[in-house]
Design a protein around this ligand. Structure first.
Ligand SMILES: N[C@@H](CCC(=O)N[C@@H](CS)C(=O)NCC(=O)O)C(=O)O
Length: 235
C-alpha cells in the first residue's frame, strides 16, 4: 500500500451480510471508503456491468483506489484478510502471530458463517428452494439456526468479551451481520447465549452502529434508522 491515506470503493447492498462484514472492518480500521449500491431485489448483481466487475454476481466488491497495483476483490473473506495484511496495525482483527491456535479459532468461526451458513441461506438459494416447493424463509431460518449453534458451541470454548478472548477479531466482524439476518428470519437468540452476548457487545461499537443495515444510504425509508436510534416513522 503506497498511500498514507488509503481510499477504498465498496460495491454494497444495505441488507447484504457479506457487505456488512466489510463496512464493519473498514470502520474498525478507520479506513475511508465510498460506496456504490447494487440492489439485489432488482437483480442488479447479474447485470452485465456488475458481472464484468464480479463474475460471481454477488456483493460486496472492495476496490483499493490509490494503490500501485490494486484491483477489485470479489470475495468478502479475502477482502477481510487483505485489509488485515495491508493494515495489520490499525485495530488488528487477528490474534498475534505467536498465538497460532487462536488465529485458527478465529478462522474456524469465520468459516462456520462464511462457508457453511451464508452460502446456503443466500437470496438466490432461497428463490431456488422456493421453486422446489419449499418455504424459502423457513429454510433460511433452519440453516441460520444450525450455523449459529455451531458458532455458539465453538466460540464458548474461547470467548471472553468477544468470540476469541478480549479483543474484537474477524470472527466477531462476520458474526454481527449474520445475526442481523438471523433476527430478520426469526432465529431464537435466547438459545445462543454466547452469540447473543457478543452480538450485543459488538452492537455498541461505533464501527458497528455506522455499518448497520438500517443506516446505509441505500436503506429504503421504511427500514431506516437514524444514528440516534430512532426508526423512521417512529413518533
Ligand atoms: N462468498 C461470497 C458470497 C457473496 C454473496 O453471496 N453475497 C450475497 C449478499 S450477502 C449476494 O450478493 N447474493 C446475491 C444473490 O443471492 O443473488 C463473499 O463472501 O463475498
Amino acid at each position: 500500500m503506497s498511500s498514507d491515506n488509503p481510499q477504498f470503493h465498496l460495491h454494497t447492498y444495505f441488507r447484504s451480510s457479506c457487505s456488512g462484514r466489510l463496512r464493519i472492518a473498514l470502520n474498525l480500521k478507520s479506513l475511508s471508503y465510498t460506496c456504490s449500491y447494487t440492489n439485489l431485489l432488482k437483480d442488479e448483481q447479474t447485470s452485465a456491468s456488475h458481472l464484468s466487475l464480479n463474475p460471481s454476481g454477488t456483493v460486496p466488491v472492495l476496490t483499493p483506489l490509490n494503490t500501485d497495483n490494486g484491483w477489485p476483490i470479489t470475495q468478502s473473506v479475502a477482502a477481510l484478510e487483505y485489509l488485515e495484511e495491508a493494515f495489520p496495525d490499525r485495530r488488528p482483527l487477528l490474534p498475534s502471530r505467536d498465538d497460532v491456535m487462536a488465529r485458527a479459532q478465529v478462522r474456524t468461526l469465520v468459516n462456520i458463517i462464511a462457508c457453511d451458513t451464508q452460502p446456503v441461506t443466500n437470496r438466490h438459494i432461497m428463490l431456488a428452494v422456493g421453486k422446489l416447493g419449499k418455504n424459502g424463509p423457513e429454510w433460511s431460518r433452519e440453516y441460520m439456526t444450525r450455523g449459529l449453534k455451531a458458532y455458539e458451541e465453538t466460540a464458548k470454548k474461547t470467548a471472553g468479551k468477544f468470540s476469541v478472548g478480549g479483543e474484537i477479531t474477524m470472527a466477531d466482524v462476520v458474526l454481527v451481520p449474520a445475526v442481523w439476518g438471523a433476527e430478520r428470519f426469526g432465529v431464537d437468540l435466547e438459545k445462543l447465549p454466547t452469540v447473543k452476548r457478543i452480538y450485543e457487545t459488538m452492537s455498541r461499537e461505533e464501527a458497528v452502529v455506522k455499518a448497520h443495515w438500517r443506516r446505509q444510504e441505500d436503506t429504503p425509508e421504511e427500514f431506516r434508522e437514524n444514528l440516534d436510534g430512532g426508526v423512521a416513522g417512529d413518533p
